[in-house]
Ligand binder design. Sequence first.
Ligand code: Z5A
Length: 204
Amino acid sequence: MGQRGVFITFEGIDGAGKTTQIDALEQWLKQEGVEVVRTREPGGTPLGEAIRAMLLHEGMHVTTETLLFFAARAEHISRVIEPALARGAWVLSDRFTDATYAYQVGAKGYPARHVEALESLVQGDLQPDHTVLFDVEPEIAAERLARVRELDRFETEDVEFFRNVRQAYLTRAAQMPSRFFILNTNRDKELVCEELLSEARKWR
Ligand code: Z5A
């Protein structure tokens, strides 16, 4: 059997600059001859994308919301992530379970023990090999997003909400320093990109 692939996740508050930098990393890995599977949560499968539309636009109870994130994740893992890792591909996922801890637990107060139970049920032992946390001041991120598009249900939350999300991410990163790499994205895109690629070279 060939070598298992590498599972990398990207996290941060909305507008932190993930999409921009994942593009650069994907391009570099492909130049290196690596098979890359680029995906996202919520989403990543046809059913997951249908759940994404509900999550981003319909109001719902936080329990419903959390269950839907994990329902989409179960599909995503079984149909996309596990098969790709098994054949040796690198999976780049824009968000994964750390987002549930940051948004639903950290900012909305959903009990962590319920998320832990769902994580174990849906993921078994699967965890990302590396997680890049895009860290930015909530005010800067909000300014960037307001310039580019209409906001969805999550993006219209106030600055205090995003402060809590950011704090929850930083707390998780401090608890798992070997998995997390914190990238300060308050700076120019080019500088952020250089730092990300120099970290990624260590993962090869
Ligand atoms: N969510 C959850 O609650 N629980 C969960 O378990 C999961 C998710 C999995 C998904 O939305 C939502 O679901 C999300 C969390 C919640 N909350 N919201 N909203 P999404 O996938 O649509 O949103 P996102 O993941 O936050 O993506 P985004 O909004 O597109 O942000 P981004 O990818 O981090 O940013 P970007 O598109 O790369 O950049 C935004 C703009 O800033 C763009 O114009 C860039 O050109 C500009 N930019 C980027 N970097 C810079 C720098 N360095 N300087 C200046 N300007 C920059």
